[in-house]
Write a protein that binds this ligand. Structure first.
Ligand SMILES: Cc1cc2nc3c(=O)[nH]c(=O)nc-3n(C[C@H](O)[C@H](O)[C@H](O)COP(=O)(O)OP(=O)(O)OC[C@H]3O[C@@H](n4cnc5c(N)ncnc54)[C@H](O)[C@@H]3O)c2cc1C
Length: 394
């Protein structure tokens, strides 16, 4: 049984320190732990794996994600690659639009950075005292009353706290325990992606390119240190064979640069496969002492690359609101969910539509002026963000 620190209550009855249990040490769990420690709470993070899970390719941390990280006191200035331009072209190489991300950075006050996922989790973990992280602890059950919450683990141990945050990803045990089992649904698409050292000039640049076909899409993003993050999206149904590099070469034959040179550079060992899924996002995300963050509650397709960013926003807002808690945390938990749900729903809907309609005949007709593409990028980031807008009242 983990040690329970005594709750400190001032003479006025204000709860000064809560003991917060965080389940999962992914981007969300680590970021929430950092924010909650800053807010003065006792935090314990319980991770199923034996060490930080440093797999995966790279993540795009947009202006909203870097702003949330900034509020949490974490800078990405020394990792990854800042992005200055986002271009969308057709599979015949015609420019559809280009957004000036340097201008977006200026307007929103925070940059867009592509970083290998392991560098982001490494940065977040390095910002925590080591005693906060407990590896090899798979959460198997959660029980709560109006006053306390208890997490049970596969090794037979348990931990008790004032609040528990389920940050345990798309197959969340916490979600299943507190809300019942409604797994995320497959969207009918999948990505074949990777992060490889590349000799292509764009691996050294600051420009990201999305290429939109009628029934397939792909993209290329420099991630710093000569690394290139690339992805190929195709319709995919559960049960069909998983694609190989040879199949990718067949599906994307004749596409513009850098598709072919990249497909020549990579081998089967470089390709990671993940089907796209999407959660139905409930109104309430927990009980009197519990809530969820990130993929545990709003896993979404990667089309607008916002999953990690929305997760960072969750972590920041939740720790901010729990920092101001007096007496019972439930009100703060529900305020957090209400604000975040409204943003996340917009972003998740856009992500689902973008997968299906990246290149409609209408879109392929014209070219959007750069100034409009840039302004629409700013508007879309703002409308799906909490941290880029005035804070809700606490
Ligand atoms: C290994 C890995 C690689 C990824 N690669 C990419 C990528 O290349 N590109 C991309 O855009 N996104 C990637 N993602 C997803 C991306 O990190 C998330 O969409 C986003 O950051 C939301 O993060 P999260 O913290 O909510 O969930 P996650 O990042 O999934 O983290 C959840 C954490 O909870 C842990 N966990 C799960 N169940 C339990 C349990 N019962 N008890 C305790 N711990 C538990 C997991 O081991 C994991 O560390 C990856 C995720 C993981 C775990």
């Amino acid at each position: 049984m983990a040690k329970i620190s005594p709750r400190q209550t001032s003479f006025a009855g204000r709860m000064e320190t809560m003991r917060v249990l965080v389940i999962g040490a992914g981007i969300g769990g680590l970021a929430a732990a950092k924010g909650l420690l800053e807010a003065g709470h006792d935090v314990e993070v319980f991770e199923h794996a034996e060490a930080l899970r440093d797999g995966g390719a790279a993540v795009t941390v947009w202006s909203n994600g870097t702003a949330a990280l900034g509020q949490l006191g974490v800078s990405l200035a020394d990792v990854g690659r800042p992005l200055h331009s986002l271009r969308s072209i057709t599979d015949s190489g015609r420019l559809l639009w280009e957004a000036d991300l340097a201008d977006v950075t200026e307007r929103l006050g925070s940059p867009t950075i592509e970083t290998p996922r392991r560098l982001l989790t490494g940065k977040l973990a390095a910002a925590l005292p080591t005693h906060v992280l407990h590896f090899g602890r798979r959460c198997t059950g959660v029980a709560e009353t109006a006053d306390r919450v208890v997490a049970r683990f596969a090794d037979g141990t348990s931990a008790e706290g004032d609040v528990l945050i389920g940050a345990d990803g798309q197959r969340s045990v916490v979600r299943n325990q507190v809300l019942g089992g409604r797994p995320a649904r497959m969207t009918g698409w999948a990505s074949w992606q990777g992060l490889t050292r590349s000799d292509l000039p764009m691996a050294q640049g600051n420009q990201t390119v999305n290429i939109a076909g009628r029934v397939a899409h792909c993209g290329f993003i420099p991630a710093g240190g000569g690394l290139l993050h690339w992805w190929f999206d195709l319709p995919w149904q559960d049960g069909e064979p998983i694609g190989s590099v040879r199949e990718l070469r067949r599906a994307f034959a004749g596409w513009p640069d850098p598709v072919w040179p990249l497909l020549e550079e990579i081998g089967p060992e470089d390709v990671g496969f993940f089907p796209h899924i999407r959660h139905k996002v409930p109104r309430i995300w927990g009980g009197p002492r519990t809530t969820l963050i990130g993929d545990a509650v709003h896993a979404m397709p990667p089309a607008v690359a916002q999953a990690a960013n929305q997760t960072l926003e969750d972590a920041w807002l939740l720790s901010h609101l729990l920092g101001a808690v007096e007496r019972h945390p439930e009100e703060a938990l529900r305020s957090y969910e209400c604000e975040r749900r409204s943003r996340v729903l917009k972003v998740s809907r856009t992500a689902a539509l973008t997968s299906a309609q990246r290149s409609t005949p209408l879109q392929r007709l014209g070219r959007m002026p750069k100034s409009i593409a840039t302004r629409s990028q700013v508007a879309s980031l703002r409308s799906g963000s909490t941290v880029l807008r005035p804070l809700p009242a606490t």
